[in-house]
Design a protein around this ligand. Sequence first.
Ligand code: 6CS
Ligand code: FE
Length: 310
Amino acid sequence: MVQSSDRYQSRGGQTSGIRRRQDPVVYPAALPPGEHALSEHQLAGYRRNGFVFLKNFFPEDEVALLLGEAQRMVADAALRQSEEAITEPGSDAVRSFFRVHQLSALYGRLAADARLLDIACQILGDEVYVHQSRLNLKPGFDGKEFYWHSDFETWHVEDGMPRMRAVSCIILLTENNEFNGPLMLIPGSHRHYVVCTGETPEDHYKSSLKQQDIGVPDHDSLSFLVAQGGIRAPKGPAGSVVFFDCNTMHGSGSNLSPFPRSNLFFVYNAVSNALQMPVCGLKPRPEFIATQQDFTPLRRETGPLKPVVR
Ligand code: 6CS
Ligand code: FE
């Protein structure tokens, strides 16, 4: 049921348009910042742009472990058949694995790593849990685009995330360059909420995770946002990290190069912002896409990543 009191109405008979964000970007600190929190300068950039790029964040040996884990998962025939595996539109190439913080002990450990968690908690001013995790593979030649979108629009409408109090963290497992379809972000777009048109179909995720057509912004709104903020594509070596606000407009092009663009994606949500019922009135999306059973805060894990003994 669409509530008229909903701050962030979208789809369900709405006409497209741009509304103001009604939530903070950086929340007041609940606790003193952790050892690995962003500097004041970095935090100010995040507040202004809606993202921060942290080049060479993880050392080479840890990145090698993380990439090795991705390659192991791609080679796992049973995993490729699981519901967590999403293939590219029109091919059998794996586009994404979801719920990787639970499918992989190494990625589970990484999601709770103090180096990431201190930043997420600093931004959100709360304890956090993982709302969604995925490994995006974007294979060479076959990797298709992600059209422009605000993640929050989908998480609000389809998952019942109440407020903009979540942050996404991308860990580059391969170099992201101008050829392999890097993430593109619109600086400052997080301060605007783009209302989308259309109706959410039943089981929308079955098509939207391959290619999204509903819950995408109109051209006029995108042109407005880009006229204000431009477009940035953080490029850098494997091991670099991007934190971006849940409402920052972003997308990426297809990968026409032979080089894969593999990224890990963890979404941290404030425990005080745990999911309610989907705003669109449909049944909640499956647990592997949107955590709804356990909002226990992550516990900080310190020290370097180690190989997981199997
Ligand atoms: O539907 C979702 O939750 C997801 N879809 C996209 C295109 N990006 C963020 C999120 O993983
Ligand atoms: Fe997204």
